[in-house]
Design a protein around this ligand. Structure first.
Ligand code: MSP
Length: 518
């Protein structure tokens, strides 16, 4: 039985618009991290879903002349149906309109209310309808909401407030004493710098006279819950808090994946909500940057979104996953253009990986009719032909980078090894050795090492490119069940490709894209 457990989550996406490439990125990044942990012998649980309450959904439904629920059903399905297209393997898909979720939100609200951390008060403030929240003057840019670019409206209302201020010092201390709580560091610093100013209490209700599409407060039926107080609870309601086995098993190892737009609710509201409700604080928050188009965030409101399914249709699934993980430095922004994806596919996948795979297997086909001949340990030592050290360096670099979500670096480490193997071919020059039969043992040793090196590569690309990984292994004659990947301990063990087995010449894995045609 696996003793280590880890829980990975994506944000639950608003159903006010169809999924786009930005949403796909977070889901794939969390999927890659999950698959890596599985290779590391960890039992995982992956959660994603949709956030279905609030003003935005009501407005979107009205514009389509339908009810919020019907509207939410349709868009939620688009998010759920996208997961297999992205090859993201979730264990559960939560919707905030699920009865069990609503029950858990009530439970958490009642707990905090009973503990005295929620109070009723009248409030006048600047409200951004796009963000569905009140703003403080100092948070505005030129008097406008930084996200929506519109001036918030002054609203006066009686509402329920959550005493966040009471927990400010506790939170600062928690962040400082748990270095992995918010990563990468720049986001931890952003939250800590925000916490240098006094924290205002959070308005956690909306009067039903203004908004009905929400969860009714358990202690006042004239009000519904503020959407973030509802949405954040999904992470525990999905695990059947408080008594569910999933909660007991997975909650202590929680890592949330979000983009930088929602670090405040995740880095401030959520830990304080948990603390106030007497629930263990989540383990960590992994924050990434934005996919931009011509310098602006890809978003529905700007209208510059890319449909991930369409990109996959054009370029292929693993090509898309590779591009996303290789091009973005986790934590920083990246630009999406069709030219960058084409150039990654042509250079990294077609030229480097695809070409090496077909080059090696074609040589084995040419020189040994595709039969795997064994390596000769004496010749290997004499001629210094071993590749195991280079493979180990790649594995170590991969593992280290993956464990801190530096996906681009983990791929760089693998590609470094690919380049080493290409150089190995150039220096050993198998075509010259092949001219003389007496060199056959040396030739076989070289090709065997290259094939084992390619097996190592196939294992390491698994989290990012699961289909390609399995395809390479199948070609190399390694019978693994679907999704039965190598564990980190198994990868470096040389000698897994069967001697005397027959390996056919592979099909082209990554066809080059003709840039003129595209
Ligand atoms: N419903 C809230 C989240 C509640 S979680 C308890 C929400 N939904 S959202 O639909 O707006 O999704 C925001 C998330 O989508 C971002 O945090 C990020 O994960 C992803 N992205 C949306 N646009 C993105 C980019 N342009 N680039 C990268 N990620 C993007 O906020």
């Amino acid at each position: 039985m696996k003793t280590k457990k880890q829980f990975f989550t994506t944000p639950i996406y608003y159903v006010n618009a169809k999924p786009h490439l930005g949403h796909a990125y977070t889901s794939i990044a969390a999927d890659v991290a999950t698959r890596f942990k599985q290779m590391d012998g960890v039992e995982t649980f992956f959660l994603t879903g949709t956030d279905e309450h609030g003003d935005k959904i009501v407005q979107a439904a009205q514009s389509k002349k339908t009810t919020p629920k019907e509207y939410a059903d349709n868009i939620s399905k688009l998010f759920e149906d996208l997961l297999p297209i992205l090859n993201v393997k979730n264990n559960y898909f939560i919707r905030t309109t699920d009865p069990n979720h609503i029950k858990v939100v009530n439970n958490v609200l009642s707990k905090i209310y009973d503990s005295g951390d929620i109070y009723f008060s009248s409030y006048e403030g600047l409200y951004c309808f796009g963000c569905e929240r009140f703003y403080q003057e100092r948070e505005l840019v030129d008097g406008k909401c930084p996200d929506h670019g519109v001036a918030p409206k002054i609203i006066k209302e009686s509402n329920y407030f959550f005493k966040m201020s009471k927990y400010q010092e506790w939170l600062i201390n928690h962040i400082k004493t748990n270095p992995d709580f918010i990563t990468p560091t720049q986001y931890k610093n952003e939250i800590l710098s925000f916490l240098k100013e006094p924290l205002e209490d959070l308005c956690i209700s909306r009067p039903k006279s203004r908004l009905t599409w929400g969860i009714t407060l358990p202690f006042d039926e004239d009000y519904v819950t503020y959407v973030w107080f509802d949405a954040l609870v999904n992470y525990i309601s999905a695990l059947e808090y408080p008594d569910g086995n999933l909660f007991k098993k997975f909650w202590p190892g929680t890592r949330h994946f979000v983009a930088k737009d929602i670090i405040k609710p995740h880095g401030i509201y959520w830990p304080i909500m948990l603390k106030a409700a007497g629930i263990q604080i989540y383990n960590g928050l992994n924050v990434h940057g934005f996919w931009n188009v011509k310098g602006s965030k890809m978003s529905k409101s700007i209208g510059n979104v890319t449909d991930p399914a369409q990109v996959i249709d054009t370029y292929g699934l693993d090509q898309f996953r590779y591009f996303l993980m290789r091009e973005m430095v986790f934590g920083l922004d990246a630009n999406f253009t069709p030219e960058t994806i084409v150039s990654r596919i042509n250079s990294d996948l077609a030229n480097d990986l695809g070409n090496l795979f077909s080059r090696v297997l074609s040589m084995n086909d040419r020189y040994f009719k595709g039969t795997v001949k064994g390596p000769d340990p004496i010749i290997e030592k004499e001629k210094n032909l071993s590749l195991t050290k280079d493979a180990q360096t790649a594995i170590d670099g991969f593992q280290q980078a993956m464990s801190v979500c530096a996906f681009h670096k983990s791929l760089e480490s693998i590609w470094q090894f690919i380049s080493t193997m290409n150089k190995y071919i150039d220096t050993t020059a198998p075509w010259t050795l092949a001219k003389d039969k007496t060199n056959n043992d040396e030739l076989a040793t070289i090709l065997y090492n290259l094939m084992e090196g390619l097996r190592v590569v196939s294992c390491l690309i698994y989290p990012v490119m699961p289909q390609t990984s399995l395809k390479m292994q199948k070609t190399l004659g390694i019978e693994k069940e679907e999704e039965n990947f190598y564990t980190l301990e198994e990868i470096p063990l040389w000698g897994q490709i069967k001697l005397e087995s027959h390996i056919p010449k592979p099909e082209i894995m990554f066809p080059r894209i003709d840039t003129k045609k595209k």
